[in-house]
Design a protein around this ligand. Structure first.
Ligand code: UTP
Length: 410
């Protein structure tokens, strides 16, 4: 784009300061900045910012959703397993690893998956994931396609790390990388931050855009060609999770659901996790801060809490439904963060307190777009060991304890 065209786009969005240093830039820098401006939808950012500033509480009616619980799963285990194994053997199940996040709470500067959580030997987070998926590959005698989402910020390191480790024994032709999109960051007045004279500050656009990014990368063609009907989408940081779990896959199929969500019983009524519910009769997740005391104390017919099952970011999605809903707009979330920027003298400042906003869409907002969702209970201590924080709750330390409890050598 010519400078004038860029300026027009920026002026329309009240962001003309982005070109402040244009005359100082060399050709390469101009090209990079121009490409970034071209691909940025400033109107979405403005719209999200305005909605955030004028946010009203949702008026959707929240009611309980029935989860399939451990007893019922055990009673039907054989039937579910048979259906799940059959789907896997027919190559109808693929896995999607969401690994585009910045892992800022853990703060290890780089892809979270390369983090070594071993004690007497190296055990990498990525290794745990490949090993867990390999269990199912061995059990079913079938290779499962694994799609790994990275971002501009961590793609090269992720790809070279996994390649250097020979895909941790996984068949490399079944591993496919794709990159998610980035979203610009703004100050508290919705002005875009620059983090250099030729680059707008940006960050991965959240985990909600995974399917659009997969589609854009061309990998949806492979999914259609292979005949994959179900995608098991999961987070990078749960080192105990079961992936492409035949019983979970079979239960979702047998119960005619278009989506399945692994859930765990909450450890306390006020635990800070999103719980499955219905919102205006559509399957959904209610965030812990939306859960009023009244909802928290509501009981089901057995006298158990009616909103008792927290999501662990392990979902099974029907591909046909994903294709239908892929064009539907997910809401954008505006999140306060510390965003490095250059000041009026061109000096890079790294703030110690939040100074602006990042913009992202979330996978949990996709659930509402499905006709049906089966919350599927799993045993917390066996399948949920997330690594989010440096220490304390959901840290490497807590995950190590759980791994040891499950007989995994570290
Ligand atoms: P989290 O919400 O825990 O975010 O991501 P995070 O980036 O890993 O960590 P913090 O919040 O900065 O500390 C849940 C899952 O979604 C993926 C993450 O990699 C993780 O597997 N994710 C998150 C993406 O793939 N892309 C994103 O833009 C954000």
């Amino acid at each position: 784009m010519e400078k004038n065209t860029l300026l027009k786009k920026l002026t329309d969005a009240s962001q003309e300061h982005v070109l402040k240093y244009w005359d100082e830039l060399n050709d390469e820098e101009r090209k990079a900045l121009s490409a970034q401006i071209e691909t940025t939808d400033f109107q979405i950012i403005k719209h999200s910012f305005d909605s955030y500033k004028n946010a009203k509480p949702s008026e959707k009616k929240i009611t309980p959703i029935k989860a399939i619980q451990l007893n019922e799963i055990n009673e039907n285990k054989d039937e579910f397993k048979e259906a799940g194994v059959k789907a896997i053997k027919n190559n109808e199940v693929g896995a999607v690893l969401l690994a585009g996040g910045m892992g800022t709470r853990l703060g290890n500067n780089g892809p979270k998956g390369v983090c070594d959580i071993g004690i007497t030997k190296p055990v990498f987070i990525f290794e745990r994931i490949f090993t867990n998926l390999l269990d199912v590959v061995k059990e079913t005698g079938t290779s499962i396609h694994l799609f790994i989402m990275t971002s501009d910020k961590n793609n090269d390191e992720t790809v070279s790390f996994i390649t250097e480790h020979n895909f941790f024994g996984y068949e490399k032709d079944y591993v496919h990388f794709f990159k998610q999109e980035m979203a610009i960051a703004t100050d508290r007045d919705c002005k875009v931050f620059m983090d250099s004279k030729s680059h707008m500050a940006d960050s991965p656009n959240g985990n909600g855009g995974w399917f659009l990014s997969l589609e854009k990368s061309g990998l949806l063609d492979l999914i259609k060609k292979v005949g994959i009907k179900w995608l098991n989408v999961f987070a990078v940081d749960n080192v105990l999770q079961r992936i492409a779990d035949p019983i979970f896959v079979g239960a979702t199929i047998k119960r005619n659901a278009k989506c399945g969500a692994k859930v765990v019983k909450k450890s306390a009524p006020d635990e800070k996790v999103g719980v499955m519910c219905l919102k205006d009769n559509a399957p959904s997740v209610v965030e812990y801060y939306e859960l009023t005391d009244e909802l928290m104390n509501t009981k089901d017919e057995n006298g158990d809490p009616a909103y008792n099952f927290g999501v662990i970011l392990n979902y099974l999605f029907d591909v046909e439904s994903l294709i239908k809903i892929s064009s539907a707009a997910l809401p954008w979330h505006v999140v306060e963060k510390k965003i490095p920027y250059i000041d009026e003298n061109g000096e890079l400042i790294s703030p110690t307190e939040p100074n602006g906003y990042k913009y992202e869409t979330l996978i949990l907002d996709m659930i509402e777009m499905f006709d049906s969702c089966l919350p599927f209970e799993v045993v917390r201590n066996k399948e949920f060991a997330p690594i989010k924080n440096k220490s304390g709750v959901d840290s490497i330390e807590s995950a190590r304890e759980l791994l040891k409890e499950n007989g995994i050598e570290l």
